[in-house]
Design a protein around this ligand. Structure first.
Ligand SMILES: C[C@](O)(C(=O)O)[C@H](CC(=O)O)C(=O)O
Length: 303
C-alpha cells in the first residue's frame, strides 16, 4: 500500500513536474486499475477525465454528475497510486460557489490539480459544436475564489472560446485567467500548428495540450507540442476507449464461440492482475490468510 501522502505534497509534485525539463504526459485513468497500469508503465502523474469518468458509468459528458461522485473516483485513483492527479471538474458544477465547494471536495480527496473550464451548463465536450460560454468575469471569479479557499490546489484554467469567439478572444480570456491566479492554461480544441504556436507565444504560463481522439486536434506528437511550448499533454479518454473496445470484442467472441480461449493472449494473466493490484501485499497483512499459490503453478510466496 502507498505511504500516506498529503494533498500539499502531491500538488507540489505536480508543479515540479510541469516545471521540469520534460513535457508531462498525462494519461486519462478512469478507475483505480487503469491508474495502476499507467503507473506501472512509468507515468508520473494522471488525469481523471470527465468524459472517461462519465462514460465508465455509461453517462454522457454533459455536466450531469455531482462533485461528490467525482471526488470519490479521484480518491480511488490517488489511493491506488499515490500519484499527483489532475481532475477535470468541468465548470465546477455550477456557479462560483459550486466551483468553490467542488474545489474543497477535491482537496479533501488529495487531488493535486483541477481543470476548470469557461463553458456554461449544460457543458459539452470541447471538440463538439454549440458550446455556450460564461463571461470571462464569471470564470475569473471562479478562479479567484478557488485560489482563496484552496490555495494549495493547482488550477488549470481551460478556455473553450476559440470556436465561438475566435483565437484572439481565447488568448485574451486566457490572459485574464492567468492574472486571476490560474497556474496553467488549457486552450481547448485548437486545430492547427499555427494556432498552438500562436497561443503559446501569447501566454506566459505553463500550457496544456489535449490530444484526445476523434476530435478537432490533428494527431500531433508529444514532441511536437513540446517544441511549440506546451508543458503538459493529455490523453484523456484513450485508456477507456481501448478497454471498452477490448471487452466488446471478447464479449462477441464468447457469444459466438462459447469460449474465451481465443482471447487469452489479449488478457492480463491472473499473476499480472494480482501484481498490478498488489494482491500479495494485502495478503501479507493478514497472517490468517493462506499464502496464495497460483493455479497450475507452484508459484506462491514466502510468508
Ligand atoms: C478533456 C475532456 O474534457 C475530458 O473530459 O477528458 C474532453 C475529452 C473528449 O471528450 O474527448 C474534452 O472536452 O476535450
Amino acid at each position: 500500500m502507498e505511504r500516506d501522502i498529503s494533498q500539499r505534497e502531491l500538488a507540489e509534485r505536480f508543479l515540479t513536474l510541469i516545471q521540469g525539463n520534460a513535457v508531462l504526459k498525462l494519461p486519462g485513468a478512469h478507475d483505480g486499475l487503469a491508474a495502476r497500469m499507467a503507473q506501472l508503465a512509468g507515468f508520473e502523474a494522471l488525469y481523471l477525465s470527465g468524459a472517461a469518468y462519465t462514460a465508465s458509468r455509461a453517462l454522457p459528458d454533459l455536466g450531469i454528475v455531482g462533485s461528490g461522485e467525482l471526488a470519490d473516483r479521484a480518491r480511488e485513483l490517488i489511493r491506488a497510486t499515490g500519484l499527483p492527479l489532475l481532475v477535470d471538474i468541468d465548470t465546477g458544477f455550477g456557479g462560483v460557489l459550486n466551483a468553490a465547494r467542488t474545489a474543497k471536495e477535491m482537496v479533501e480527496a488529495k487531488v493535486a490539480a483541477v481543470q476548470l473550464e469557461d463553458q456554461d451548463l449544460p457543458k459539452k465536450c470541447g471538440h463538439l459544436n454549440g458550446k455556450k460560454l460564461v463571461t470571462p468575469e464569471e470564470m475569473v471569479q471562479k478562479i479567484r475564489v478557488i485560489k482563496e479557499v484552496c490555495p494549495s490546489l493547482v488550477v488549470v484554467a481551460r478556455t473553450d472560446a476559440k470556436d465561438a469567439e475566435g483565437i484572439d478572444a481565447a488568448i485574451s480570456r486566457a490572459r485574464r485567467y492567468v492574472e486571476a491566479g490560474a497556474d496553467a492554461i488549457f486552450p481547448e480544441a485548437l486545430s492547427t500548428e499555427e494556432e498552438f504556436r500562436r497561443f503559446a507565444a501569447a501566454i506566459e504560463a505553463p500550457l496544456l495540450a489535449n490530444m484526445t481522439e476523434f476530435g478537432r486536434t490533428p494527431y500531433y506528437t508529444v514532441r511536437q507540442f513540446e517544441e511549440w511550448g506546451y508543458r503538459m499533454v493529455l490523453f484523456p479518454v484513450t485508456s477507456l476507449r481501448v478497454a471498452a473496445k477490448a471487452y466488446e470484442l471478447v464479449f462477441r467472441d464468447i457469444m459466438e464461440h462459447g469460449t474465451q480461449v481465443g482471447a487469452l493472449d489479449r488478457m492480463l494473466t491472473r499473476k499480472e492482475l494480482y501484481e498490478a493490484i498488489r494482491y500479495y501485499d494485502y495478503e501479507k497483512l493478514d497472517a490468517g490468510i493462506a499464502a496464495t499459490v497460483l493455479p497450475g503453478t507452484t508459484e506462491g510466496r514466502e510468508r
